[in-house]
Design a protein around this ligand. Structure first.
Ligand code: S3P
Length: 449
C-alpha cells in the first residue's frame, strides 16, 4: 500500500539519449480482473504476466480474504482456485484496497449480490474518492451501504441476499462503474443490462465472455447495450496478461522529448478502448510507429517505436477520444510542453476524480517548471515551449498519484534543469520497475532517502 510510508523525493536530471528495449509490466486493468474472475470460477485459473504492483497485490489479498486460494508461483505466474459465482466468504477483517479505485469498485460489485458484509478502506487518496457512483447502482440490486460523508471510504457494504437484476445507464464514462454493475449482475438471477453512452475500456466484457458467461454487446441509438445473464458457472482460464499501454506511455513519451532517443516498446495492446494516446501523439507529429502489428489473445498488439520528435505541434485533442486515453492525459501534457503551440484537452472532467485531481496536480507542477497552463472544470490547455524550450527546475507534489509522479520524471528527462517530485513512492502502485527500466534506457533518476 502506498501513502502509508515516508515520502521519498525523486529527481529526474536531463537524460542521455534514451535507447533500447522497454519491457513494461502487465496491464493493470486486466490483472485486477484476472484475479477477481479467477476467484469466481470453479477450478484453477492460471495467470502469467500479472502486474505485481501494489494495487493488484491488494486485490489478490482481498480475494484470498474472501475465500479464494491465490498462489504466487514467482516470475509473474499466479494461480487462483475460485469459489464459484455466489461463493465468496465474508472476510474477517477490513479490506484495504490501498490506492486502487479499480480494486475497491470492482470488489464492491462482486460482493454486492452475496449475503456477506464487507468493510472497505484505502489510503488517503482513495478515501477521498467518490464511491456513490458505484453504490447508487448497487442499491438497485438490493445492496446496502454506509460510508463517510460524500459517499467516501471507509465504507461497509451489505450484500443483497435476494438480489434482483437491474437495467442501468452509466451516467459518467467509467469502466469501473460499468464493471461493478456487471460483476454484481453475475450473482443476480435473470438479465442485468448496462448501457454506456460512451465506450470505455471493454476488458470486463471480453473476459466475462472468455470465462464462459453469457454476455452480448449491441451498439444502439441509446449507446452500447451490454446484457449479461446471471448465475453462470464460470470456467477457469489460462490468461497471459498483455503489457500495459498506460505504462508504455511513459517510455514512449520520454523518447519523444529526449534528444537522440530511439526506444522500442514491444508487445503493447492497441485495443481501441485504450490506445487513444498513441493516435494523439501521431496527430501531433510524433515519430511513433506501430511495428509488427498482429493479434494476440483476440487483441491487436504491436511493438511501438518512438524516436526523438523535435517537430511536434500542439493540437485540439478530440473529446470523443477521452475515454480511450483517460489515464494518459498527465504524460500527454508533458509532451505538449515540448511541442510548438497550444494543446487543448476538452471533455476531461473525470480527470478531477482520479488518484488525485489530475488537472490541478499537473497544472501546478507544469507551472512550477515554467510552462503555461489554462484550465476550466472539464478542460485544460498547455502552451508548448518547443523542443529544448522547457526550463524545468521545479519541485512538484505527486499527491499520492503514480501517474503524476512518473509524468514529472519524464519531464525532467527533456527539460533544461532537473525536475523533482516530493514523493516517488506511489509509482510502485502500477509500475514497480519504472526507475530500473528508465535508467537502463538512459534516464538519470535520483531518489533522496
Ligand atoms: C479502469 C478504469 C478507469 C481508469 C483506471 C482503470 C479500469 O477508471 O482510469 O485506471 O480498470 O476499469 P474510471 O472507471 O474511473 O474511468
Amino acid at each position: 500500500m502506498s501513502g502509508h510510508g515516508t515520502p521519498i523525493p525523486m529527481t529526474s536530471h536531463r537524460a542521455d539519449p534514451l535507447t533500447g528495449i522497454a519491457e513494461v509490466p502487465g496491464d493493470k486493468s486486466i490483472s485486477h480482473r484476472s484475479l477477481i474472475l479467477g476467484a469466481l470460477a470453479v477450478g484453477e485459473t492460471k495467470i502469467s504476466g500479472l502486474l505485481e504492483g501494489e494495487d493488484v497485490l491488494d486485490t489478490a489479498k482481498a480475494m484470498q480474504a474472501m475465500g479464494a486460494e491465490v498462489i504466487n508461483h514467482g516470475g509473474g505466474n499466479w494461480s487462483v482456485h475460485g469459489v464459484g459465482v455466489g461463493g465468496l466468504a465474508e472476510p474477517e477483517q477490513v479490506i484495504d484496497c490501498g490506492n486502487s479505485g479499480t480494486g475497491v469498485r470492482l470488489i464492491m460489485g462482486v460482493m454486492a449480490t452475496s449475503p456477506i458484509t464487507v468493510t472497505f478502506t484505502g489510503d488517503a487518496s482513495l478515501n477521498k474518492r467518490p464511491m456513490a457512483r458505484v453504490t447508487d447502482p448497487l442499491a438497485l440490486f438490493g445492496t446496502q451501504s454506509v460510508g463517510r460523508s460524500g459517499g467516501r471510504l471507509p465504507m461497509t457494504i451489505v450484500g443483497a441476499a435476494e438480489p434482483t437484476p437491474v437495467r442501468y445507464t452509466v451516467p459518467v464514462p467509467s469502466a469501473q462503474v460499468k464493471s461493478a454493475v456487471l460483476l454484481a449482475g453475475l450473482n443476480a438471477p435473470g438479465q442485468t443490462v448496462v448501457i454506456e453512452k460512451e465506450a470505455t475500456r471493454d476488458h470486463s466484457e471480453r473476459m466475462l465472455a472468455g470465462f464462459g458467461a453469457e454476455i452480448t454487446v449491441e451498439d444502439t441509438d441509446e449507446g452500447r447495450v451490454i446484457t449479461l445473464t446471471g448465475q453462470p458457472e464460470l470456467k477457469p482460464q489460462v490468461i497471459a496478461v498483455p503489457r500495459d499501454p498506460s505504462s508504455a506511455a511513459f517510455p514512449v513519451c520520454a523518447a519523444l522529448i529526449t534528444p537522440g532517443s530511439d526506444v522500442l516498446v514491444p508487445r503493447i495492446g492497441l485495443n481501441p478502448t485504450r490506445a487513444g494516446l498513441f493516435y494523439t501523439l501521431q496527430d501531433m507529429g510524433a515519430d511513433l510507429t506501430f511495428e509488427n502489428m498482429r493479434e494476440e489473445g483476440g487483441e491487436p498488439v504491436a511493438d511501438l517505436r518512438a524516436r526523438y520528435s523535435p517537430d511536434m505541434k500542439g493540437i485540439d485533442v478530440p473529446p470523443e477520444r477521452a475515454a480511450s486515453m483517460i489515464d494518459e492525459y498527465p504524460v500527454l501534457s508533458v509532451v505538449a510542453s515540448f511541442a510548438t503551440g497550444k494543446t487543448m484537452m476538452t471533455g476531461v472532467k473525470e480527470l478531477r476524480v482520479k488518484e488525485s485531481d489530475r488537472i490541478d496536480a499537473m497544472a501546478r507542477g507544469l507551472r512550477a517548471n515554467g510552462v503555461m497552463v489554462e484550465e476550466g472544470d472539464d478542460w485544460w490547455a498547455v502552451t508548448g515551449l518547443g523542443p529544448e524550450g522547457v526550463p524545468g527546475g521545479g519541485t512538484c507534489e505527486s499527491f499520492l498519484d503514480h501517474r503524476i509522479a512518473m509524468s514529472f520524471m519524464v519531464m525532467g528527462m527533456g527539460a533544461q534543469k532537473p525536475v523533482t517530485v516530493d514523493d516517488g513512492t506511489p509509482i510502485a502502485t502500477s509500475f514497480p520497475i519504472f526507475t530500473q527500466l528508465m535508467t537502463t534506457l538512459g534516464a538519470r533518476l535520483e531518489t533522496t532517502a
